[in-house]
Design a protein around this ligand. Structure first.
Ligand SMILES: Cc1cc2nc3c(=O)[nH]c(=O)nc-3n(C[C@H](O)[C@H](O)[C@H](O)COP(=O)(O)O)c2cc1C
Length: 319
């Protein structure tokens, strides 16, 4: 998620914190402007406009460069650093980044320790891991090494690198790690609805959860989960999202409004909305998505939503 989407989802409440996309560190220290471009919220105490903290995520294989980069991020305003050991993209992996590190547990420990040592102890340093490169049991040694390196907590995506994003996610080992190590473990992967969440909690016995695509497909999911967890900041939204454009219209308009100052009334916003609804459409059919897909501008996109809304109002009245 980028800054406009973070702003939108966190202003609806329900999230404790969020994590930036990764900034890849390969050559050396990047200029400050790259950090600000990547996470504009650095200008706001590294919080979204509604005040939710953002962890700044770094990716790379060189501990010294990552340590220097983490320090730079912190100096520019980051309050927490997350290290990515999970990205499965071949280009990233070929350049010694992301999930590649899962094959070298000692290097995970070295990187976490170097970053931990570079920033003040008040700045949490966490690690994002997958279950392994191809063996799901590698998580036990990798999680332990991250812990020994000084990670404040770890997040585990319940799939190996070779499993990519193919469902299902395997949560069992996440729970096992949680019982074995002495830092909090955040469970992640394939939580799309309340039932998935309940199963994940049952299987892992975790108390911390990360949701990614599920929050896009159903922007009220964090509230449903928050309610189950007894969180206090989850009282804004009470209803689940459905396939109805009446659900989506206000949130899409708000997204366009939030995007406007930085992205203009541009093709960008309309592209992002299509991408977003495309993902939602994979989880539950949005019958009007096909029409949205072929729109050529933001105005046209909203006119489709509005027309579909009128159709559903007529349907509701005639029931
Ligand atoms: C398009 C896309 C981009 C992602 N980018 C990142 C990233 O920059 N950093 C990261 O830690 N995880 C990233 N992930 C992985 C998610 O954080 C998450 O681990 C994964 O999607 C599984 O969780 P979910 O089923 O709740 O989406 C990305 C996933 C997708 C689909």
């Amino acid at each position: 998620m980028d800054a406009p989407m973070r702003a939108l989802l966190t202003e609806r409440g329900g999230f404790t914190f969020c994590i930036s996309e990764f900034l890849r560190i390969s050559q050396g220290l990047l200029p400050a402007r790259t950090y600000y471009k990547h996470v504009p919220e650095l200008n706001n105490d590294c919080r979204t406009p509604s005040g939710t903290p953002i962890q700044f995520q770094l990716l790379g294989g060189d501990e010294e460069k990552l340590a220097l980069s983490a320090l730079r991020a912190m100096e520019l305003g980051a309050g927490a650093i997350d290290l990515n050991f999970g990205c499965p993209a071949p280009t990233v992996n070929r350049h010694d980044g992301g999930a590649t590190l899962l094959r070298y547990p000692q290097r995970i420990r070295g990187i976490v320790a170097a970053v931990r040592g570079a920033v003040p102890t008040s700045v949490p340093v966490s690690a994002k891991l997958r279950l392994g490169w191809e063996n799901s049991d590698d998580i036990f040694v990798n999680a332990e090494q991250a812990w020994l390196g000084g990670a404040s907590w770890i997040t585990i995506h319940g799939r190996t690198r070779m499993q990519g994003y193919t469902p299902p996610a395997y949560w069992k080992n996440i729970g096992e790690v949680q019982r074995r190590i002495g830092i909090p473990v955040v469970a992640n992967g394939e939580i799309w609805n309340r039932e998935d969440f309940l199963r994940c909690r049952e299987e892992t016995q975790c108390i911390h959860f990360m949701i990614g695509r599920g929050a896009l497909a159903d922007p009220s999911l964090q509230h449903e989960i928050g309610r189950e967890l007894g969180l206090s900041n989850n009282n804004l939204i009470n209803k689940s999202f459905g396939a109805d454009p009446l659900d989506w219209e206000p949130i899409l308009r708000r997204f366009a409004e939030i995007s406007a100052p930085t992205r203009g009334k541009s093709q960008y916003t309309s592209r992002r909305i299509k991408q977003w609804l495309g993902m939602a459409n994979k989880r539950r059919t949005l019958p009007w998505f096909e029409q949205i897909k072929h729109t050529k501008s933001l105005d046209e996109l909203f006119s489709v939503v509005r027309n579909r809304m009128r159709c559903s109002e007529v349907l509701v009245k005639s029931r």
